[in-house]
Design a protein around this ligand. Sequence first.
Ligand code: CO
Length: 458
Amino acid sequence: MNIHVTETVLRDANQSLIATRMPLKDFEGILDALDQAGYASLECWGGATFDACLRYLDEDPWQRLRTIRAHVKNTKLQMLLRGQNLLGYRHYPDDIVRRFVRKSVENGIDVIRIFDALNDLRNIEVAVDEALQAGAQVQGALCYTTSPIHTLDSFVQLGRRLEALGCQSVCIKDMAGIMTPQVAYDLVSALRQNIKLPIVVHTHCTTGLGPMTLLKAAEAGADTIDCAISCFSGGTSQPATESMHYALKEMGIDTGLREDVLKQINDHFKPVRARALDSGLLNPIVLGTETDALVYQIPGGMLSNLVAQLTAQNALDRLPEVLEETPRVRRDLGYPPLVTPSSQMVGVQAVANVLAGARYKNISKEIRAYLRGEYGQAPGAVDEALRRQVLGDEPVIQGRFADTLQPAYEASKAEIGDLARCEEDVLSFALFPVVAEKFFENRLEKESHTVTYSIRKV
Ligand code: CO
C-alpha cells in the first residue's frame, strides 16, 4: 500500500503559525532539497501568501512563484484558491478570475485546490473551468464542518458534484481541525465508495486530533495527506511529515519520502523557527492543543477572536452567553461552515446580540450582504423572518453573485497605468488595489536609487 504526502511548510504551516510572514530568502536555499524529498506536491502559493508578500514582505508574489519553479523542477507546485474570491476577500468578476487562474498556471502552478467557504459550487465553477483549460490539475475541496445538516451523505453528494464539475481529485478540508479520526475513516470510506477520484485529507492539529485523523484517513484508503515538516508542524499547523511517515511505514504504507532529505529540510527550518520564536512572530500559544473547539464546535481561531472582541469591550464575563448565542446565529444563517469570512460574521453578530441585550438590533453590513445572497447560497435554510427584517423589500440574489459584476480587467489596467508592467501586475492591483499600488511605487523608488547609485559609481 502507498500514500502520497503534500508538504505545507511554505503555505499553510507558514500561514497558520507565523501569519504568512516567511520571506523567500528563508526558504530559497532549501527548494532543491524540497524537490528531492519525494513529495506528491509542494503547497507553496495562494491562500494568504499573495497578500502577505505585497503587504508585509515587499515581495512580488509572482516573482516568488517563478523562483520556486526555477528550483523545483520535478515536484508538483500546488496553490490554494478561494473560488470566486481568488486570493482576496470579495467576489471578483469572471474576467479577473479567468486571467488570474491562467497566469498562476503560466507562472508555474501545477495543482490548484479550489474551495468555496459555503460549499456553494457555483462560486468555484469558473475557476475550475479555467484551470482545466489551462492544463492544471484541479482539486475540488469540500469545507468540513459539523451541524445538524452536514451529514456524511451531504458531503458525499458534494464529492459527487465536484467529480461532475471535472475535478481530478477531492480534498476534505478540515480547516478547524475538528474532524475526528472515526469521521475521517467513515468519510474517506464513503467517498471512495461513491466517487472514482483520489481523496486528499487536510486537517490541522489545533484540537490535538490531527495525527490520529490522518492515520485513520490513511487506513480508510486516502490517497494523499497534507503534512508539515516537523519544526513547522503541530498546533494550528498540520501533523508532522516525518512522524506520519514513520508511523505509516511501520503499518506497511509507503509514502515514497526520503528520510535523509526530510532531515535536511527540517534542519534548514530549525533556525527559521527559532528566529520566529525570538521575535514573537511565532506565539507559543498557537503551538498548544486547544480542545475547547471540540466542546463548542467552533474553530480555535474564532474562539480567540471572540475572547479578543469581548476583552476589547470590557465584557469577557459575557463569554458563556456568547458561546451559547454563536450556534443560534449560525442556525439563523443556514449553518455556514465556520471559515473566513463566515466565522467572523457569525462571531461579531453573536457578540452584538449578547451585548445589545436584544438579538439583531445591530446588524453588520457583512450579514446584510450574506442575507442578500452576495456570498452564495447558505447550506441550510436561512431564517426568513430575520431576512425580511434586515432586507425589507430588497430582493435576494438567487443566481450566482459574480453574474451581477461587470468585467474589471480593462478598467484596472487603465487605472493603474504605467505603474503596472505586465498582466500579473494588473491582476495584483485588481485583487489588492491599495496594497499593490504602494508596492509598485516602492519598486519604482528603489529602482531610482539603484540607478543614481550606479551612475555615481561610473
Ligand atoms: Co488549512
